[in-house]
Design a protein around this ligand. Sequence first.
Ligand code: DQA
Length: 143
Amino acid sequence: KKILVMLGPNLNMVGTREKNIYGEENADTINQDIKSFAKNAGFECDIFQSNHEGDLIDKIHSTLGVYDGVVLNAGALTHYSYALRDAIASVTAVPFIEVHMSNVHKREEFRHKSVISAVCAGVICGFGKDSYRLGIEALKGLI
Ligand code: DQA
């Protein structure tokens, strides 16, 4: 089984950006850990990061028939991108797990709302890079 971990805008800056929120570990080491989490869970795993909404949408469309599930941290797009939501809804055969490193509910009001949750199988937030591991674990039960 093959899964995709998709990372949206500014997640390449983890380790540099808002360290008090996202920690000091950089995106490259987190990605290595994601790969080993997936391997331990028995999955083949690709990671795709983009700062561009359209590229993320294209990638979501291309998951059909290629990936058995997706762990998605959509960054700030989570809170307002109806286009991303519609893209996920257009590939219903592929389960998506919405993931956030921070506990968005403890933060600014605009982060309390997600426009993608309703088209995802479930949501995990607040566990730092471990949120990705938990997202991968959740996919195990769905695939
Ligand atoms: C995030 C939370 C979002 O609100 C924020 O815009 C991000 C990262 C997280 O992983 O906690 O870029 O998705």
